[in-house]
Ligand binder design. Structure first.
Ligand code: IVH
Length: 675
């Protein structure tokens, strides 16, 4: 038996070594065919001797049983975000802050490319990859272990190459897709009749968030590691030492990392990376500077969600010149018409762009854009490419001015521009484009989160006349679904199950799912907090709505218009009759923006009671104390405040008025009066 065990071990080592050579050292030692043969041999052994199959085996990268939902993981140490420096001045300010903040004269900064992908955390226990998660809100993320296991450049077992193995190790990094692989992936998506991804980052995000890890396994995901969470048993005195340890354990680290000692060196690094940006095979959207010494990092400490010892220097948006071939009027879920420019495909920063949004007619007029024009196109991070300006000097006289048509290209109904807004709208609320858009919106992740109801299925259901509005979804029968093209027993049942699961929701989700113009998730929550029931919201007058903090006249009118429409009221009633119920919406961690903070209230509050104030801060994760100390984060001063206010001033704490406090709560933005 030992012979078999040894053989299996040898095969694993050979495969792991081949992976390491390929992904970490960029120096392949065997061909793809040889690699596949080794893998197949190992698979055979593991099939025959299943007791030797372990979770860290390289055969486990093919993906496993699909999940219904991702579970959530609370990070042992939060994954921080970074402050941005938008220009040289802000980089110099950062340098000056560090210099001023440290007792020592000398310090070093490590400069790294800022990879434009998705942050993840990988957890290893005694050298074995046990779990991994997305960054999420920094506090909790989604458990995507199955998916991360499929990424070949992530070690499933740490190497002990002249380095100790920590009993617990958490490594953070960025999962990304190479530009070339991204284009190939989009070609494959097109061939399969699936939607293409807007950019490599979206493709990486979509691939990592697949519930079926077998799909993830087919996506060309990669990783660069750059930061440490918990590490038990091994300590580092500098960030650079940690970066040097990573490849020894088997993690890929970006090769373009440098040390800077002066603001000039930081600028040089920034300029150098910006100049080679297009030539890199992966998207970067800036550079990151981190204080090298870990003890200095600790000394400088953190702000609420970002470290004082690091900063991201952002790059300028990437631009190219190309020609507008056609302009198409695309109809959204509210009937809004968005002109989309179809472009002569152009590579911007290594990614092919063939469409760009033109927003509305005013924008087209202001930029004087014609069909046939040569234009400057810009790609900035996650955003859909934009047309920056036309180049009139390149006109030949054959260009055609564009006006949004006065008939909807989908249903031929009238398209009218509301005088008060810049948008044209298709007036037919039964327009198939609007129906499809509103159902897709309803089913989306941030709304009713109906798993498995994607664009294709929505189109099919509407085109077949099976549904005409969002409420119809809940009256679909499995037998009806089975009549659809390419719909099997299992998929039909899954959809029915997802629909049933989605019925238990929160009021704010349903409010945002209805697609009332100008109402998103945040306002959904504001309205839920205020009304607590859909009936009350439906009956609210314009004045009542307008009185709510955060609800302006446009929003109030929009809600009023929506519920004055008999058709919409009927849809809502039908939804409720289908059995939609509300759980009191829990405040998500994302919304606990005051997490861990301490408040002291002093003096008389005039617009709210002390108790209300206490409830407000507790709701968002903070607590109140009765006396002021160095540990107090905020002191709210009412009328006739006395000694506590005085003490707060002496301690240089964050002091705010009642009005400022209420504004902070309503805007969910932390005031930092103290710098
Ligand atoms: S360090 C405190 N290093 O940028 C350290 N982040 O805007 C926080 N990112 O969430 C992260 N490349 O997703 C770090 N070399 C790099 C990075 C990097 C990309 C991302 C990461 C983070 C975001 C912050």
């Amino acid at each position: 038996m030992d012979k078999i065990k040894n053989k299996i071990l040898k095969l694993k080592n050979q495969i792991n070594q081949a992976n390491h050579q390929y992904y970490i050292l960029d120096n392949p030692i065997i061909s793809d065919t040889q690699y596949d043969l080794l893998l197949r041999e190992l698979q055979e052994y593991e099939k025959t001797y299943p007791k030797y199959l372990t979770s860290d085996s390289p055969t486990q990268r093919v993906g496993s049983t699909p999940l219904k939902k991702f579970s959530t993981t609370t990070h042992r140490i939060p994954l921080l975000s970074l402050d941005n420096a938008m220009n040289t001045g802000e980089i110099r300010d950062f340098y000056a802050r560090i210099k001023k903040g440290l007792p020592e004269e000398s310090f070093e900064l490590i400069a790294e490319p800022k990879i434009d992908g998705l942050a993840v955390e990988l957890v290893y226990e005694n050298g074995i990859f046990v779990s991994g998660s997305t960054r999420g809100d920094g506090i909790t993320g989604e458990n995507i272990t199955q998916n991360l296991r499929t990424i070949r450049s992530i070690p499933l077992k740490l190497r002990d190459d002249k380095i100790q193995i920590p009993s617990l190790l958490e490594v953070r990094g960025e999962v990304y897709i190479n530009k070339k692989d991204f284009e190939k992936l989009n070609d494959r998506q097109l061939d399969a009749g699936k939607q293409i991804f807007a950019n490599p980052r979206n493709a990486a995000a979509g691939s990592l968030r697949q519930l079926n890890s077998k799909i993830t396994a087919k996506r060309p995901l990669k990783i660069f590691c750059y930061s440490l969470g918990t590490c038990t048993g091994v300590t580092f005195s500098t960030h650079l030492d940690f970066l040097k340890a990573l490849p020894k354990w088997g993690f890929p680290v970006n090769p373009l990392i440098e040390t800077c000692r002066t603001p000039e060196q930081m600028e040089n690094y920034h300029n150098k990376l910006e100049a080679i940006r297009d030539d890199l095979d992966y998207d970067i959207d800036g550079v990151v500077y981190k204080v090298n010494s870990i003890s200095q990092q600790k000394f400088l400490g953190l702000k609420s969600r970002t470290p004082r010892w690091a900063i991201a220097g952002k790059f300028k948006a990437q631009q190219e010149i190309t020609q507008i071939l056609e302009i198409e009027a695309s109809i959204g879920r509210t009937g809004a018409v968005t002109p989309v420019a179809h472009l002569k495909p152009v590579s911007i920063g290594g990614v092919t762009v063939s469409n760009a949004t033109l927003h509305n007619q005013d924008e087209i007029d202001r930029k004087d854009i014609h069909i046939g024009d040569w234009v400057i196109i810009q790609r900035a991070g996650d955003v859909i490419p934009q047309v920056v300006k036309a180049i009139p000097e390149r006109r030949t006289g054959n260009e055609i001015a564009y006006k949004i048509p006065n008939r909807c290209p989908i249903c031929n109904s009238q398209v009218i521009r509301d005088e008060k807004e810049a948008k044209h709208r298709c007036q037919n609320i039964n327009c198939p484009a609007q129906i499809k858009g509103s159902i897709q919106h309803f089913a989306s992740k941030n709304c009713m989160d109906i798993d498995g109801l994607g664009q294709k299925l929505v189109y099919q259901l509407v085109d077949e006349g099976l549904i005409n509005n969002v409420a119809d979804l809940y009256y679909l029968h499995k037998d009806t679904l089975l009549k659809l093209d390419r719909m099997g027993e299992k998929s039909a049942q899954n959809l029915i199950d997802s629909l049933n699961i989605s019925k238990k929701t929160s009021l704010s989700r349903l409010i945002s799912a209805l697609g009332i113009p100008n109402i998103g998730r945040h306002l959904g929550k504001v309205l839920e907090n205020h009304f607590e029931s859909l009936d009350k919201l439906m009956e609210a007058s314009f004045e009542q709505l307008n009185e709510i903090d955060g609800v302006g006249q446009i929003v109030a009118q929009s809600i009023k218009n929506f519920f004055s429409d008999e058709k919409n009221r009927l849809t809502v009633i039908k939804l409720l009759e289908a059995g939609i119920t509300f759980k009191t919406s829990e405040i998500s961690n994302d919304d606990k923006f005051l997490n861990g903070k301490t408040f002291v209230f002093t003096g008389t509050l005039t617009s709210i009671t002390r108790n209300e104030a206490k409830e407000m801060v507790e709701k968002y994760g903070a607590r109140t104390a009765s006396s002021v100390s160095k540990k107090t984060n905020y002191v709210v001063i009412g009328e006739n405040a006395g000694s506590k206010a005085e003490k707060a001033r002496k301690l240089e704490l964050n002091i705010m008025s009642e009005k400022e406090f209420i504004h902070m709560i309503n805007s969910r933005k932390i005031y930092s009066l103290k710098v």
